[in-house]
Design a protein around this ligand. Structure first.
Ligand SMILES: Cc1cc2nc3c(=O)[nH]c(=O)nc-3n(C[C@H](O)[C@H](O)[C@H](O)COP(=O)(O)OP(=O)(O)OC[C@H]3O[C@@H](n4cnc5c(N)ncnc54)[C@H](O)[C@@H]3O)c2cc1C
Length: 361
């Protein structure tokens, strides 16, 4: 399994090699881990969740690279614990839940997207009304990763007319126990709706929009490393195939056009790793209260687009085998596709990047 910490040592400290090795050992274990709950439990037992919400971004990145190289669902199980756990750690709320999540004993999810509020969260209609010391949430969240198996959800909602004048109409963040959910279907994912119908909740942050952005800015560049793991696996499989697949009297790897494609894939892989790791390193080196949305957007966008190009080349070079539904290369291609949509679609991230230059000076 390829190591990120060796070729890109300039981005890492000595402890990152240990984190990566632990993730690689976990990923390489030939256990059948079916459900997200089983995977979260196994990740917890292996100690891979112990820094959820408090570790540095480069540790998340090397872990994601190692897990996604072997199994995209293990990576999903890992990162959604972080997405759900970071808001709890940042607001110092629900400490016992966070500890259970770090042990792999509680499955979390992060519920923001709605049918009419995808890229544009201002359209959010889930409403929160105060009820004594607590709150009640009403609305629907959809395409929420790991929701069908979640014990707890971090939910974003607009404070309703019953809230105080200062917070009414603003997005706040809430904690929901045992959410009611309904499964949806996306290839290679565990995903679903969170159904809120006067559901009891605790408010964990009044400024929920800022908390959501901080969570996404931290996780976005690591999506790039998840993409890298998938693409690097596809690349390795493709190199093996090209060396052994004989057509026109010799291995395909000896065809000049095929070699040109291999070089293009290598360029995209290096570009993906370098840019995403640079974004992770920048986040780690920046004070917690300083925004890094620009770098996070560049890291995620560059790596996910480059890795999709790599996997498309892998499919092409496998011929019919590349589009066979049961083939690994086909699964990798499908696993990589949503990464350009969630946590900020490529087009939306372009607006973040352009805005920085249009508003500068
Ligand atoms: C596999 C998967 C897992 C997910 N997990 C979660 C989760 O755990 N929690 C959660 O809250 N959400 C989750 N989501 C939802 C995800 O965050 C949204 O799908 C994403 O934000 C895009 O919203 P949308 O699908 O409504 O697309 P829309 O907002 O309808 O946008 C569709 C497309 O229009 C384009 N577009 C949109 N806005 C602009 C613009 N301003 N300028 C130019 N082009 C634009 C983009 O190409 C975009 O892809 C997940 C989605 C998927 C597919």
């Amino acid at each position: 399994m390829p190591s990120l910490t060796l070729p890109y040592g300039c981005f890492f400290d000595s402890e990152h090699a240990t984190v990566e090795l632990r993730a690689q050992e976990f990923a390489a274990r030939a256990e059948s881990r079916g459900s997200i709950r089983d995977r979260v439990r196994a990740l917890g037992h292996a100690g891979l969740l112990q820094n959820i919400g408090k570790g540095d971004v480069r540790s998340l990145a090397v872990t994601r690279g190692a897990l996604s190289y072997q199994d995209a669902l293990d990576d999903l199980a890992f990162v959604i614990q972080e997405l759900g756990g970071f808001p709890l750690a940042k607001t110092e709320t629900e400490g016992s839940v966070l500890e259970a999540a770090r042990r792999g004993e509680a499955v979390l999810c992060f519920a923001m997207t709605e049918p009419d509020a995808g890229s544009d969260l201002a359209g959010m209609t889930t409403v929160a009304e105060p009820d004594g010391h607590h709150w009640r949430l009403t609305g629907i969240k959809h395409y929420i990763s790991n929701a069908p198996e979640a014990d707890h959800a971090v939910v974003f909602a607009k404070v309703g007319a019953g809230g105080d004048a200062k917070s009414a109409g603003r997005i706040a963040a809430f904690f929901v126990e045992n959410p009611t959910t309904e499964a949806q279907s996306v290839s290679g994912h565990s995903i679903g709706r969170v159904l809120l119908d006067g559901t009891p909740a605790r408010r964990i942050a009044e400024r929920g929009g800022a908390l959501a952005l901080a969570t996404l800015e931290r996780c976005r560049p690591t999506v790039g490393l998840a993409a890298w793991g998938l693409a690097r696996r596809g690349f390795d499989e493709t190199i093996t195939r090209l060396k052994t697949r004989n057509q026109f009297g010799k291995p395909l790897s000896e065809q000049p056009v095929v070699q040109s494609r291999i070089a293009d894939m290598a360029l995209d892989l290096e570009q993906a790793a370098l840019t995403a790791l640079w974004a992770c390193w920048t986040r780690d080196r920046t004070a917690a209260d300083v925004r890094t949305g620009y770098m996070s957007a560049i890291g995620k966008l560059t790596a996910t687009e480059a890795c999709s190009r790599v996997l498309d080349q892998c499919v092409q070079l496998h011929g019919a085998l590349g589009v066979d539904e049961g083939a690994l290369i086909q699964q990798l291609w499908r696993d990589a596709r949503p990464l350009r949509i969630y946590e900020g679609a490529t087009d939306v991230l372009k607006t973040v990047i352009a805005e920085r230059w249009l508003t500068a000076g």
